[in-house]
Design a protein around this ligand. Sequence first.
Ligand code: BGC
Length: 346
Amino acid sequence: MKLRITLVLVSCLLSVLTGLVVSRGGAKATAQRSRPLIGLSMDTLKEERWQGDRDRFIARANQLGADVETLSANSDDNRQIKDVEALITKGVDALVIIPHDGAACAKAVELAHQAGIPVLAYDRLITGCDLDLYMTFDNVKVGELQAKFLAAAFAITPGKKRLVRIYGSKTDNNAFLFKQGQDNIIGPLVEKGEVEIVHEDWAQDWRPENAKKIANAAITKAGNFDAILASNDGTAGGAIQALVEEGLAGKILVTGQDAEKAACQRIVAGAQSMTIYKPLKELASKAAEAAVKLAQRRPIVARAELDNGKVKVPSIFLEVISVTKDNLRETVIADGFLKEADVFTP
Ligand code: BGC
């Protein structure tokens, strides 16, 4: 027994030296159950990416001997708070939240903490609260890679390029990080007079139909342009629909993110120019591992931290990859994320 405690202490000490240790000494870890129970509160399941996140998260948690109770709020903030309350009432040992609105979900974190339950924010940050852990991708880099793709394509031909920008949902902190990364690359080009932003807007709730409206407005207002810097595949899909209706698909560069099946098919067909592959399996697995540790009140090492307006949240950031037709096979397909036959038609 003594030896075990010493080992735990030594491993905690080593962890402190190499990164932050997350631990919330909550009320009742894995209360009377033999298996830990994790609550997963999701913004939406309407986009392909989130269904994959859910399935992969549950599979890994189950492998580790934990159960998962999932609720999806259908992009409704009140419903998401109610979902979290329901999960707390169910007696979950840890909560994983993918917030619809990162600020509104601070209340959910407070409620969980009052019940002694630690909270992990998954992919999207929850701001203004004493969040326990944040796991996501390098979101600024996502924006940078999207814009770098366009900058390289613009450089091939002379002349000032006309650009339309479609940002994500204002309720999602990630939307601002993607924009920040894009600004890092596009900003200097605008200053040098090499790029002109002819239209820009935010797609509420990331909905493709809202992105389509933005692209329609851009066509009406600006007439011709060279590229649409769409922040994800869903918004790219909406924008491309508008281009299709005007006979412009394939003639204008369009960026994306998520390596959704439909987006990869569009890349192969030439209607979309690129996407960002975020290895969701890695995020979902690592988050499930962390959630089980939180549920069991075991320490977690996080090497980074991010200010959420209230505290510096221990954070874990994963890498992302830029994908075009040229490296689709070596990335998305080789990783088993999508099947060759689903993306490339024979
Ligand atoms: C995620 C993206 C996703 C978007 C819309 C963002 O927070 O990081 O992968 O496309 O939400 O759901």
